[in-house]
Design a protein around this ligand. Structure first.
Ligand code: NI
Length: 455
């Protein structure tokens, strides 16, 4: 075959380009990354030393096959433990602004007299900086996905998700007793403008706050609106005994029974808390495939009670883990939440076999993914999204290393999270944030919080 001079030049140029930039995408970035010689937590709970290959936003394979280092961005995984990024299944990110503002109070006193009056004063910039500080805290403690419910200006939170590189499931908190229709309209706007955005890292749901702030007629309206868009629901359910008693008094039924009649549960629901449940309510949860977000830290701090998590898990209910807002926890640290879940249910049942370490990890990862309704995150497996965190196991809290899963849940500090990858992109390496300016955010956050609370 004869090659023209022009073809020859093209071929030569191509060969030169390939030699210089193998596997380079537009803009000079390598598309493939490998984390080599890392201890990997497999979905089975087994820990193996292997390489994790990342192609674009996905894990392409996890094995010990050879690779040509010049084609990859190589991350040295020696002395590191790779686990799926944590999924915070229930929080209110911008509530960081009210952290330590009002503590050691009962839920309704805390909400009515301390939290809601200040929240009513929050403007767009407050929501933004509150979420930015939350993102700093979450990334630095290994959270890659968070389920957020808050007030107006949720599009600011969406922008923080986009900028930070995290994954966010967002909903407008709908308190239906005041300006319910207006709030519902903003949730619709949020859905239309942001669902599926940021390379699919943003998902929007609808957020009716709770039965005590949303009468059944309003819940029906939310169900119709969200249903017409194919959106799912996030709601607080059965958090305190006061809530149950109030519902019994108002409607003569338990909260799940009242809400079931509104059609809300037919859309796919994530219910936060579920602390006090009757047997019939557990049946409703199973029948409607309602997913639960367990918040042990918040439930303990507000003395709400202990959710029947071991029972729910045995019944096949999906239970994820959440921190709740930073003013009722008071941090956004999922490692602490795993530890609290594992410890709380042992002491509650006087059974040290309840919620073993790996079950707590699954609640923060695999079950968390199911809880927030995202299919391909929560596991380190080929084909899953590359949402990966690496713990540095060189510190005192990781010695001696007989069981990395147990060490992570019962011993490790979240400050040993070294590297955070979401959608194949590095958000933190060697504890240095790549997408957010931590120092600047903390400085602005402090001045905004002080102005807001008048302290
Ligand atoms: Ni909450």
């Amino acid at each position: 075959m004869e090659i023209t001079r022009r073809e020859f030049l093209n071929l030569t140029a191509g060969a030169v380009a390939f030699a210089m930039f193998p596997n380079f995408a537009v803009g000079g970035k390598k598309m493939q990354t490998v984390i080599k010689n890392v201890q990997v937590l497999k979905p089975s709970g087994e820990v193996v030393t292997s390489n994790i290959f990342i192609d674009g936003d996905k894990i392409s394979k996890i094995d010990n096959s050879n690779f040509d280092a010049k084609n990859f961005t190589v991350i040295d995984g020696r002395g590191k433990f790779a686990v799926p990024g944590f999924i915070n299944a229930h929080t209110h990110a911008s509530m960081t602004l009210l952290r330590s503002y009002a503590d050691d109070l009962a839920l309704m006193d805390w909400l009515n007299n301390h939290i809601w009056p200040i929240e009513n004063k929050m403007n767009r910039k407050d929501i933004r900086i509150g979420a930015e500080l939350a993102a700093v805290e979450m990334i630095k403690s290994g959270t890659t996905t968070f389920m957020d419910m808050y007030g107006p200006n949720m599009e600011e939170v969406a922008q923080v998700v986009e900028k930070s590189g995290m994954r966010g499931v967002l909903c407008r908190g709908l308190i239906g007793i005041f300006d319910g229709d207006e709030k519902l309209a903003t949730n619709v706007e949020l859905f239309k403008n942001w669902n599926g955005k940021a390379n699919g890292r943003i998902k929007v749901m609808f957020g009716p706050h709770a039965i005590y702030t949303c009468p059944p007629a309003y819940l029906k309206k939310v169900a119709e609106t969200a249903g017409s868009l194919g959106a799912e629901i996030h709601i607080h359910m059965n958090e305190t005994l006061d809530e149950i008693n109030g519902c019994m008094k108002d409607y003569g039924k338990h909260p799940f029974e009242v809400v079931e009649e509104t059609g809300l549960f037919d859309l796919g629901t994530l219910a936060a808390h579920c602390v006090h449940l009757s047997d019939n309510e557990i049946e409703i949860i199973k029948n409607k495939k309602i997913r639960v977000a367990h918040n042990p830290g918040s439930n303990m701090k507000l003395a709400s009670g202990i959710a029947p998590v071991p029972k729910l898990l045995r019944e096949g209910v999906v239970v994820g883990l959440g921190t709740d807002g930073a003013s009722s926890n008071n941090n956004l640290d999922m490692l602490e939440e795993m530890r609290l879940a594992a410890l709380l249910h042992k002491v509650d049942t006087l059974n040290p076999l309840e919620i073993p370490a790996f079950e707590a990890v699954k609640m923060a990862t695999e079950y968390g993914a199911a809880a927030v309704g995202i299919e391909n995150i929560g596991k380190l497996e080929a084909g899953f999204k590359a949402d990966i965190i690496l713990f540095d196991m060189s510190g005192a809290d990781w010695q001696p290393c007989y069981n990395p899963v147990s060490l992570m849940v019962y011993s490790a500090n979240s400050s040993s999270v070294d590297t955070v990858i979401v959608d194949g992109k590095i958000l933190m390496q060697n504890r240095e944030l790549k997408t957010l300016d931590e120092e600047k955010i903390i400085a602005e956050f402090k001045s905004r919080a002080d102005k807001l609370t008048g302290k």
